[in-house]
Design a binder for this molecule. Sequence first.
Ligand SMILES: Cc1cc2nc3c(=O)[nH]c(=O)nc-3n(C[C@H](O)[C@H](O)[C@H](O)COP(=O)(O)OP(=O)(O)OC[C@H]3O[C@@H](n4cnc5c(N)ncnc54)[C@H](O)[C@@H]3O)c2cc1C
Length: 593
Amino acid sequence: MMKFLQPLGALLVLLAGVSAKDETYDYIIVGGGTAGTALATRLSQGLPKSKILLIEAGPAAADELRINVPGLRGSILGTSYDWNFTTVPQTSLGGRSIDVNRGKVLGGSSAMNYLCYDRASAPEYDAWRELGNKGWGWDAMIEAMTKSENFTGSDNDRHGFTGPIRNYYNRVVYPVIRLWQPTVSKLGINVNDGNSMGGKPIGVMFQPTNIDETRHTRSYSASSYLPLAGRNLVVKTNTQVAKVNLVKRRGPGSVYQATGVTLSSGEIIAANKEVILSAGSVQSPGLLELSGVGQAAVLKAAGVNQLIDLPGVGENYQDHIRVSNTYRLKEGIDSFDPLIFDSAGANATGELAKWLNGEQSLYEYTTAAYGFMNWQQLGVDSQMKQLARKTFGRSTNPIDAKKLQHLDNPIVPAVEILYEANFVGAFGYTGGKFITLISTVMHPFARGSVHIDSQNPAADNNKPVIDPGYMSNAYDIQALVEAAKFARRIAHTEPMRLAWEIETEPGDEAVQTDEQWADFARKAMGSFYHPVGTCAMLPRGDGGVVDANLRVYGTSNLRVVDNSIIPVIPSAHIQTAAYGIAEIAAAKIIAQA
Ligand SMILES: Cc1cc2nc3c(=O)[nH]c(=O)nc-3n(C[C@H](O)[C@H](O)[C@H](O)COP(=O)(O)OP(=O)(O)OC[C@H]3O[C@@H](n4cnc5c(N)ncnc54)[C@H](O)[C@@H]3O)c2cc1C
């Protein structure tokens, strides 16, 4: 069963033999997550003469079934593989704090995510270039995203076939999931099966999932990229970086140079060429702040000496917000619930045994049924545009302006609705079998922040102050309301309507008016785990933290390579973007070496 894990195991054994002395490398990458591990692998391949160090705060977990078995997705949330962050109490949510889960393990959030593998619409990547980032855009990102992809199957879609991250369409699909297209298409939504990965995701469809078809195991950065790395890559796990060491270089421009990193233990490791932060949207900005790069007020409050004044650090936090409608299934209709909520039961243990024996198992199943829609398709186009313009029409912020533009482009989704064959409600599972419709706002206008805690700023305090400002404006609230209302319309349409007996969340009786929906959303809203934008790739004057080469303003050799550089949140799950960003960054660093 563990045979497939050997390549990574062998690499780690090799690394364990590396001496702790002689701690100088050419490139140091901080954060062995989704992007960091992909980047480290590519640098080791492309710069075989360079010594590369990848530092990850969490452990390697190559044998962890809760990571490897696709159907066990979600089971490491809240464990020691999770940083277990939370937001500050959210005013618009009646003071509720929201969980901010992040992978603390080699592979980072790619080890923890739900294996949704998709892409946003082409104009959304082009927006990155239009915001001032030369060389970026759909053409560059699709090339990079497909470089990381290894698709098995046949459809007419845009895929990569030789990259490390394996993906396919689920071979095991519950019959109740098959109701998806026939139901949603009755409401005027186009079927987009096998054609959503090429920049035009609007429609209702099944999408691939990042599973290795040879073993039906999660394919993620640690399992799929890292084994391809050369011996010039050293990986340190269970090692936390406290800050980047910066020194001022005299001369024209007098920028700061990164000379290495200081670990939480106090040990210093030197970098001859570059330091690259890949600690993710929540922690890369904090590491910059602890290194003296950021807003004057934040650094002063935390007692950190400011080296570079960069007000955008930790700002521009954007995330997808979601609510669920849950429906109890009629007697005799099967769902995934027993495999999730009764893991000691015969169904779950039997299916897990099959997976372990290499037989076809229900535990191969992951999220597959999607709908990406614009407001026109939901019948509220002019009302939602008007509301957005009324609220943000006078904003001078370029991100707000881009979101308004996206609303005017019908190929850019405004809403995603996911269809699950199990309970994913907000108020706790109370038994039975369920389907869930998860409604998500693709471009919420809320832009919040994440900063170091002024009372206890050290990196190993692990309590960044996260304030996403969820549902803090009229558009975001109404968008969630309209999406959830449409999800109810879907559930009430045949053939899906024939499968369930009662809506348990929010409940048909309890929630009918828009006010009631909004109240429900305030109580039930969760994050879709997609924070971006906190080290935005933007012109410095627009709040940018990195330039189009992903170099931190005011430095000569410090970059950020992870999802924090995404300036505007895309209408997709964002692991493919993280891999694409890592591929582009690797090509740039290798070319500039
Ligand atoms: C629960 C969950 C479900 C998701 N589901 C999906 C999905 O189905 N599909 C999808 O496309 N996206 C999904 N996402 C989002 C996607 O997985 C992430 O956006 C993406 O993986 C982030 O990649 P990253 O490289 O930016 O950061 P990460 O992968 O989070 O990597 C950051 C790494 O840095 C390490 N680190 C942080 N600080 C330090 C330090 N000081 N020293 C050393 N190491 C440090 C962390 O431990 C981590 O390994 C999900 C995310 C979560 C959390």
